[in-house]
Design a protein around this ligand. Structure first.
Ligand SMILES: [Zn+2]
Length: 309
């Protein structure tokens, strides 16, 4: 069992701001909601169900102050757990799609990140199912900020929503501006989608667990030291893997693929980074030494300026 104390420093590289919107914060930002309905809406049994829960919660966020309050609550929890550095994914693409004041929201988030009790950098993302034009719109939006506190660009959502090749213009645009690239790929689909992410120039891959199905891909990830951002509880609860013991993270790690552990959407998966480390040890067979390597990997493969591990 890994006990997180303030003397051990952790970094987390794949956590969605909107995925940290738990029931209590939701009631803080939208006091008129019915707690019974919230409880019902937060229940899901598979990946489409998870996306529906996530969408319900995220749709309650409208104003910059609501995003800012969510970030503040999230950062406090992370700091209490010993997390000193985080790269937080914000669905700027969804904000644009909804017609919200996406710029004011990102500016509010950057401001909140600056006064957080940990070092915060941002990853802006778009969703595949809204198509390549939407992804391009989000890419242009991110590019207008320039790299700095926003370190990377990605895509999430339904992997079958848009083939990676159609996203190339958007990814090329942000890469030319100096942003790193970390698309979700190979979570619920195929190893082919991870190849697609690599073809887009991915510096890291969100999930990427289907890589286990393709030995050539495993070799490529290991050779190029492209890390997979692994979230064990997320993959179990969305049905991406059948059980914790069936999770391929340890096999990928043993094959030399860099692995970092993450919560993904802590409010929906009822998890914490310490729980993910504990699960990696108890169910997947990572040793204490392995866990130390995973802990350090999050500092090594961070896109922003990390405090020492
Ligand atoms: Zn994710």
């Amino acid at each position: 069992m890994v006990i997180m104390t303030s003397s051990i420093r952790y970094a987390e590289l794949h956590v969605h701001l909107e995925g940290a919107l738990d029931e209590s914060v939701l009631l803080e930002i939208a006091p008129g909601l019915d707690p019974a309905e919230i409880a019902l809406r937060y229940r899901f049994e598979d990946f489409p169900g998870f996306l529906a829960s996530f969408k319900y919660a995220a749709m309650q966020l409208r104003e910059p102050w609501q995003f800012q309050l969510l970030a503040r609550r999230m950062f406090a929890k992370m700091a209490a757990e010993g997390i000193v550095y985080a790269e937080v994914i914000h669905s700027a693409g969804i904000c644009l799609w909804r017609g919200l004041d996406a710029r004011a929201i990102v500016e509010a988030l950057i401001e909140e990140g600056r006064r957080a009790p940990l070092t915060v950098r941002w990853i802006l993302d778009a969703v595949r199912q809204l198509g390549p034009d939407h992804v391009m719109q989000a890419a242009r939006f991110a590019a207008a900020f320039g790299p700095g506190e926003i370190v990377a660009f990605g895509v999430g959502g339904d992997e079958l929503g848009a083939d990676a090749s159609t996203l190339r213009p958007a990814f090329t645009l942000v890469a030319e501006q100096g942003f790193k690239l970390t698309p979700h790929a190979g979570e619920t689909s195929t190893a082919e989608n991870v190849w697609g992410a690599l073809a887009l120039g991915a510096h890291r891959v969100g999930h990427g667990i289907r890589s286990i199905e393709d030995p050539a891909l495993i070799s490529e990830l290991a050779r190029r030291k492209i890390p997979l951002e692994i979230s064990i509880t997320s993959n179990i609860l969305t049905g991406a893997v059948a059980s914790a013991s069936a999770h391929p993270a340890k096999r990928l790690y043993d094959a030399g693929v860099p692995i970092v552990l993450n919560t993904d959407d802590p409010a929906f998966f009822r998890t914490t980074l310490s729980q993910e480390f504990a699960l990696a040890q108890s169910a997947l067979g990572f040793t204490g030494e392995d866990l130390e390597i995973l802990r350090r990997n999050a500092f090594i493969y961070a896109f922003g300026p990390v405090p020492g591990p």
